[in-house]
Write a protein that binds this ligand. Structure first.
Ligand SMILES: CC(C)(COP(=O)(O)OP(=O)(O)OC[C@H]1O[C@@H](n2cnc3c(N)ncnc32)[C@H](O)[C@@H]1OP(=O)(O)O)[C@@H](O)C(=O)NCCC(=O)NCCS
Length: 334
């Protein structure tokens, strides 16, 4: 299920100017050591490896142990991104942590991460469920226009698996834990330079009950088929809107990074958006649905493997509870 190499990027596509200049200077990811395979789940649930692989594409997922927390995973991913960029934490002016699973109600988990890493300036959490990272990415790129903000560390970290009832086979198999991070730096005014080319953010609060941890309950309540339907349609509509706003088409997309919720959703949405699967990053087989972390983990792996390279046009799309969605078309540059 690994992904073949995206076509080599040609010269920068000047017909797609970056409206929000931003440079990805570094990337990083972290997943906890503990691996839970489908065969492990077979021991306690009325399920099978065959069913899970066929219906979701998931083979295994990583889950937090007693020493892991949302903050500890975010710290590891954030530190990796800073190390990759060779930028000291003291030069980070803003830290945005996308998470659905903060370690405590207050203060923001971002405060713990800020202290551990030694970043300066503001630090706050952003909760938009599985679309949180793309929302945070947009906030970061927009904030880079603010005088005094030159570096923004954007992290997505979640340990959502503990909100799936271990005795409920429909949800217990889906989620994994982890974190991913990108360090963004100010871009240039060069229209062919790196940055955000097109964005679509949206939500439909009438769909809250499709996918929620109700206030008086410990576990996720989900209408799986309805979420499947809405997620597939939402990814297609949001990606199409972002492409149209940018004056781009699916043919411009070198690498598509959709939220990793279900392989069948990814395949159906990519097909309808018009991006062939050899340009789609898929890692759901190894990580499951890691919520806010899914997109930065996928981006980090694709950048590490050279599938995303300087000049690549990347389309990222997150969708999740709310329902909420966010798409970003951007040119990668270091
Ligand atoms: C959850 C999901 C994988 C279920 O797949 P599905 O093909 O829709 O399956 P259904 O819900 O229609 O259930 C079909 C049957 O499989 C069963 N089933 C559900 N989970 C199972 C499991 N883990 N193992 C074996 N059987 C299972 C159901 O009980 C049902 O049995 P029944 O026909 O006897 O009632 C799928 O709906 C999905 O991925 N939805 C989106 C969820 C999501 O992405 N959430 C997070 C969004 S960010």
């Amino acid at each position: 299920m690994s992904v073949t190499t995206a076509p080599a990027s040609t010269a920068p596509t000047t017909h797609l100017p970056a409206t929000l200049p931003a440079r990805v200077l570094g990337w990083g990811m972290f997943v906890p050591e503990r691996v839970v395979t489908n065969h492990d789940l077979e021991q306690t649930l009325d399920t099978s490896d065959e069913w899970i692989v066929e219906r979701s594409g998931i083979r295994e997922r990583h889950r937090v142990g007693p020493d892991d927390s949302t903050a500890s995973m975010a710290i590891e991913a954030g530190r990796a991104a800073l190390d990759k960029a060779r930028v000291p934490a003291s030069r980070v002016d803003l830290l945005v942590l996308a998470t659905t699973t903060p370690d405590q109600v207050t203060p923001a988990t971002a405060a713990t991460v800020q202290h551990a890493l030694g970043t300066r300036g503001a630090a706050f959490d952003l909760n938009a469920a599985c679309s949180g990272f793309v929302h945070a990415f947009h906030v970061a790129a927009a904030c880079l226009r603010t005088p005094g903000i030159d570096h923004v560390l954007v992290i997505g970290a979640d340990r959502f698996a503990c909100y799936a009832d271990p005795a409920e086979r429909t949800t217990a198999v889906l989620f994994g834990d982890g974190a991913g991070a990108l360090l963004l730096g100010a871009g240039s005014d060069d229209p062919a330079g790196p940055g955000l080319i097109g964005v679509d953010l949206g939500g439909d609060g009438s769909a809250v009950s499709c996918l929620e941890v109700p206030p008086d309950q410990p576990y996720l309540v989900m209408d799986g088929r309805e979420v499947f339907r809405r997620a597939t349609r939402g990814i297609v509509e949001s990606c199409t809107a972002a492409l149209e706003r940018a004056g781009a088409t699916a043919a411009d997309v070198d690498v598509f990074v959709p939220h990793q919720a279900n392989l069948r959703i990814i395949e159906a949405a990519a097909n309808r958006v018009g991006v062939p699967m050899d340009r789609v990053v898929v890692d759901i087989d190894r990580y499951g649905n890691t919520s806010s972390a899914s997109i930065p983990i996928a981006i980090s792996e694709a950048a590490r493997d050279g599938r995303i390279k300087p000049g690549s046009i990347v389309l990222a799309c997150g969708i999740g509870a709310g329902m909420s969605w966010a798409s970003a078309l951007f040119r990668w540059g270091a």
